[in-house]
Every structure is written in structure tokens, then in C-alpha cells.
Ligand binder design. Structure first.
Ligand SMILES: [Zn+2]
Length: 417
């Protein structure tokens, strides 16, 4: 038996704060109910307090930002907190209907916004803000969770800001972003939110949860936790999915393959194509299902009166869907490529720590010997330059440089050292 915070790995301080806030939120609801009873049905007196307003000093507030590196559990934390707010005991017991439906993604008053494309548009955000303003059907809170809030467009951010500035009494916004840097979240939104910083969970904590929750053998869990560099979801995939392990091995073979200019370009192509293939595998199925569903809904092939007009409208909707799917595919490719770059950075980081004889465990235990050989050949300085080349490639892609160009530049830098 475990409560909703059990899967938030290695985040003890954040959990303490969220538990306190959930208890305060439950107290607000109880005070509201008590005030209604005290006021009585025909009392003309002003109520002693405005019980629906959430007082920030009580530990609860209406807008939160969860920050931390990818895989640290930002959305896990937001979902768990949402469950605790909907929990009938106000604790996130993990047992009651409020906890169950929130964790299962079916609670009527909890909306999870998971952007599929590269950005969250203003239309989507306006619709969301509007629905978030309605009275919670379960009598507790309307909770809106926005994953990847750093992907809000400027207009969408402004729509959200307006809602956060004048919050409906029972609405809570939970945003997730890598950091509170102005590139990730606007300064004005940040200033109205309480920040819950999550840290990269230690490998031992990640391994522990893989063993306990997913039933993975301890030695496999330890290897996967180290190789995933604190990314819980990635660690689970590596432990369970042979394809993911194969892709990782191919990436870690790159340093060995860089024997000349031609080889560097080949390695760049291989890396890009692997990311494309991985992304395609992940989106193809949902693309086909969505298109079929939309065509059915639009009654494709109809010939009755008005069918021509309906088809013109349908063409527009299909185009819209294709646009969304393309954006999702691009994002999936970027994500796959980024995972590969993080693995590669881990390899050069290992070489660097070995060259410096730093007393830290290697990220990739299975390529430690190779990293050791690199450390001898390149020394600390050469290892650092290579690590920086990988990080520069990630930064360039983040800044919208064409992935192929960024990866080719990186491979050449890795080869030249
Ligand atoms: Zn509960």
C-alpha cells in the first residue's frame, strides 16, 4: 500500500511541502463548509471570512511551477499533488476514488495538458482557461496541469497569465518547466507562482523504485539507473526494452567509429536516421488511428445534399490534423535525438572524470574501459572539449539549428578533438 507521492523518487523536500499544501487546501474546504453551516440559510450577516479564497500564508496557493531536469519527475509531482487535492482525506492516500481517478487520468476536475507539438497555442490555452473557471463538479478543486509549460507560445502565455492573475476561487494551476529561466517561463507568470524545485534523483533512489515498483532485478536496475543519469522513465525503458538498449549501444559506439571526415559524416547520418526511425515508430500508429477516426466523424464519402460543402469543411479539418501530426513527429524526433546526445555526453563525461581521476562512478559502466582509453589518449582537456561539443550540439538544436547541421558539426568536432 503506498500513497500518491510514492513514485516521486528522491524528492523528499518537495514531498514535505506538497503534503503540507494539500493539508492546508483540505482545511480551506472544511472552513468553507463550516462557514456555510454557521451562516445558516436565512442569516443576513456578512460571513466572517471569504472561505473560498485560498490564503497563500496557509501553505496553499493557486499557482505552482514544478522545475527540474528532464526525468526528475515534474509531471509525476504535479499529478500526485493534483491527486492529493482531490483526495477525500486531503492527504493523497492513494486509495480513495479522488486519488484513483486522478492518478488514472479520468478525474472530471483534473485536466492534464500534454503538448504534442513544439508549442502550446493560444486557442488551446483559451479553451482550457475557460473550462478551468467552472465550478469543480466533485466539490473540491479544478486542477489544470500544464506539462512542458516552456512550450507555451507568447500569446498562450498571456492567456494563462490573465487566469493566474485573477484566479477563479477553486482553480489551481500546476505548471511544469525545466527551470524558471525567462527562456522557459515568463517573468510575470513566474512571479505569481510558488516554485517547487526538483533535483536530479540519485541513481540509488532510481534503482530502488525500479526494483520495488516494476519488479526489475536489482543488478539490472542499478545499471539502468546509472546509464539513464537520473531520468526515471528512461531508466525503466532501458531495463525493460531491448530495442532501447540496442539504440543506446549504437550511440555509444560512435566515439570508436570516428576515424576520419567521411566516418564523421556517416556517424552523423546514422544518428539522425536512428532518431527519425525511433520517432516514426512512436507516432505512426496514433497518426493512422486519428485520421481514421476523423474521417469517420466527418462521414467521408457522403454524397447527399450538402455533401460538397461538408467535404470542403472536412478538407480543412484534415489539413489541421496533418499539421498537428507533423508537429508531433518533429517533436518526437527532437526528443529521440536529445536522448542520444545525453548518452553520448555521458560517455565523454566518463572520460573526463577518469582523466581527472575523480572519485565518482561512471555513467556508462559497460563502456567504462573505452572511456578509460579515451581519457589516456585525450587527457582531461581533450575530453572536456569533446563533452562541450556534445552539449553545444544540444544547445544549437534547442535554438532551432537544423539537427543534421548541428550533429555534423558535433561529429567533426569530436573527431578533430
Ligand atoms: Zn485519497
Amino acid at each position: 500500500m503506498s500513497d500518491v507521492f510514492a513514485d516521486l523518487v528522491g524528492q523528499d523536500e518537495a514531498v514535505v511541502e506538497l503534503r503540507r499544501a494539500a493539508a492546508a487546501a483540505a482545511a480551506v474546504l472544511r472552513a468553507g463548509a463550516a462557514a456555510l453551516v454557521a451562516a445558516g440559510p436565512v442569516s443576513g450577516d456578512e460571513p466572517a471570512s471569504t472561505p473560498d479564497r485560498v490564503d497563500p500564508s496557509t501553505g496553499m496557493t493557486h499557482a505552482w511551477i514544478f522545475t527540474g531536469p528532464p526525468g526528475s519527475g515534474r509531471s509525476v509531482a504535479a499529478r500526485a499533488f493534483a491527486a492529493a487535492l482531490q483526495c477525500v482525506h486531503g492527504t493523497g492516500c492513494g486509495e480513495c476514488p479522488g486519488c484513483h481517478t486522478t492518478m488514472g487520468g479520468t478525474h472530471a476536475d483534473v485536466r492534464m495538458v500534454v503538448p504534442e507539438g513544439l508549442s502550446i497555442g493560444v486557442g488551446e490555452m483559451r479553451a482550457l482557461v475557460l473550462r478551468a473557471a467552472s465550478t469543480p463538479s466533485g466539490g473540491r478543486w479544478q486542477v489544470v496541469v500544464i506539462e512542458d509549460a516552456d512550450r507555451l507560445t507568447e500569446a498562450a502565455g498571456n492567456a494563462l497569465l490573465k487566469a493566474i492573475e485573477e484566479p477563479p476561487p477553486r482553480t489551481v494551476f500546476l505548471l511544469c518547466a525545466p527551470s524558471t529561466h525567462p527562456d522557459d517561463i515568463s517573468v510575470t507568470i513566474r512571479s505569481r507562482c510558488r516554485v517547487v524545485p526538483l533535483r536530479q534523483p540519485p541513481a540509488t533512489a532510481v534503482a530502488e523504485v525500479l526494483v520495488r515498483r516494476d519488479g526489475i532485478a536489482p543488478d539490472v536496475a542499478q545499471w539502468a539507473a546509472a546509464a539513464a543519469q537520473g531520468h526515471v522513465g528512461r531508466a525503466r525503458r532501458l531495463a525493460r526494452d531491448p530495442e532501447a538498449r540496442k539504440r543506446r549501444e549504437a550511440v555509444l559506439a560512435v566515439p570508436r567509429r570516428l576515424t576520419g571526415v567521411g566516418a564523421a559524416f556517416d556517424a552523423a547520418s546514422a544518428l539522425i536516421e536512428a532518431a527519425e526511425a525511433e520517432a516514426e515508430a512512436s507516432v505512426t500508429e496514433s497518426d493512422t488511428t486519428e485520421r481514421a477516426a476523423l474521417e469517420t466523424a466527418l462521414g467521408a464519402g457522403g454524397t447527399g445534399r450538402g455533401a460538397a460543402g461538408a467535404m470542403r469543411g472536412a478538407a480543412g479539418q484534415l489539413k489541421e490534423l496533418e499539421k498537428r501530426q507533423k508537429s508531433r513527429a518533429t517533436r518526437a524526433q527532437r526528443d529521440a535525438l536529445d536522448r542520444a546526445l545525453v548518452d553520448l555526453a555521458g560517455f565523454y563525461r566518463d572520460a573526463l572524470t577518469m582523466a581527472l581521476r575523480a572519485p565518482v562512478a561512471p555513467v556508462h559502466t559497460d563502456t567504462a574501459a573505452l572511456a578509460g582509453a579515451g581519457a589516456q589518449k585525450w587527457d582531461a582537456e581533450g575530453s572536456l572539449r569533446r563533452l562541450e561539443a556534445v552539449l553545444a550540439c544540444r544547445a544549437a538544436i534547442e535554438a532551432n539549428v537544423k539537427p543534421r547541421i548541428a550533429v555534423e558539426a558535433m561529429m567533426l568536432a569530436l573527431w578533430k578533438g
